[in-house]
Write a protein that binds this ligand. Structure first.
Ligand code: PBG
Length: 325
């Protein structure tokens, strides 16, 4: 008998679909996802967002309808952005403001969801930067973190389970943790956008949240994308300040950073699959939706495989289509 050479038959793992299923290392599950929502004041308002099909800025009635549709699909965590009509930072924490009132009503209506609120000033300042500016036109870091603390405390009191500061200020976690604790909100978690890069993939979001900087850019506070160590330093700092969840943003071009944060820290890691990533993949999916879903699924799987425990993604809206093989 002719003797077969001994070599590893790696393809045996994947000969049939049931074998491939048995050996699949990573699976997407609706519980992995957080779906972003854009709340605007008023009633019966629903505005389309350029380059982001199926995503809308909407008033509370629309937000309710959207959450109601997603809960049966297994999506139960939401990241809320307030998009005010009026550019005034106080609107972000005013007790009677549309955002705090909206948070309260969302949590009253859906007590079983996880409600995460974005903590930043960029949608609330006329200049569109993420913090207050000083007389030189630079970010006034220390004044900003006090305002971020006020916003976080107001959101937590209204029912936010997790607050998510995205301003990339130094000391933002310390300021927010102390504002929360001092206002009786010690149980509120903080998801820090620690490794947030100055990315060119935020374009569609800035239109969605009306927060494009009127002058300059965000490079003086967001991370430079060539720098991995600087990112890890910022993650370490926010970790030391007591961040409960560490975020890397964007996700798809930063899988190496996700992997590194996952391996070097014990906190849950979140990855934000941002607006420009969504827009590009949806563009690719336009001509052939079935093939498009496979492309999107592959991208989301890569984010999970890189080590993300939580995936914040606009694609979560189509989760049912994405889980099918
Ligand atoms: C604002 C903020 C941005 C995003 C989330 N929070 C934009 C920015 O920093 O310019 C981007 C989200 C996305 O692109 O989906 N601080």
């Amino acid at each position: 008998m002719h003797e077969l050479p001994i070599f590893h038959r790696n393809t045996n793992y994947r000969r049939t679909a049931p074998l491939r299923n048995l050996f699949q290392e990573v699976r997407l599950h609706p519980a992995d996802f957080v779906y972003p929502l854009f709340l605007i004041p008023g009633n019966n308002r629903k505005e389309a967002i350029v380059d982001m099909p199926d995503i809308y800025r909407q008033s509370l009635d629309g937000i309710f309808a959207e959450i109601e549709q997603l809960i049966p699909k297994g999506i139960t965590a939401f990241l809320l952005f307030g998009v005010p009509d009026e550019k005034n930072p106080e609107v972000a924490f005013a007790e009677r403001g549309f955002l705090v009132a909206g948070i309260r009503q969302i949590k009253q209506r859906f007590p079983d969801i996880v409600l995460i609120t974005d903590i930043c000033l960029c949608s609330y300042t006329a200049h569109g930067h993420c913090g207050h500016l000083d007389t030189l036109g630079e970010i006034d870091n220390d004044a900003t973190i006090l305002t971020l603390g006020k916003i976080a405390a107001a959101h937590a009191a209204a029912g936010a389970d997790i607050v998510a500061p995205s301003a990339m200020c130094d000391g933002q976690i310390t300021a927010i943790r102390s504002a929360l604790n001092n206002s009786g909100q010690a149980k509120t978690l903080i998801m820090s956008y620690a490794a947030k890069f100055a990315s060119h993939f935020y374009g569609p979001f800035r239109e969605a949240a009306h927060c494009a900087p009127a002058m300059g850019n965000r490079k003086s506070y967001q991370l430079p994308y060539p720098n991995r160590r600087e990112a890890l330093q910022k993650v370490q700092a926010e970790c030391d300040e007591g961040a409960d969840i560490l975020m890397v943003k964007p996700a798809l071009l930063y899988l190496d950073i996700i992997r590194e944060v996952r391996e070097n820290f014990l906190q849950p890691v979140a990855a934000y699959n941002v607006s420009g990533e969504y827009a590009s993949l949806r563009k690719m999916a336009e001509k052939d939706p079935a093939a498009g879903r496979q492309i999107i699924r592959e991208a989301l799987m890569a984010i999970k495989r890189s080590g993300a425990d939580i995936i914040i993604s606009y694609h979560a809206k189509d989760i049912t289509g994405l889980l099918e093989t």
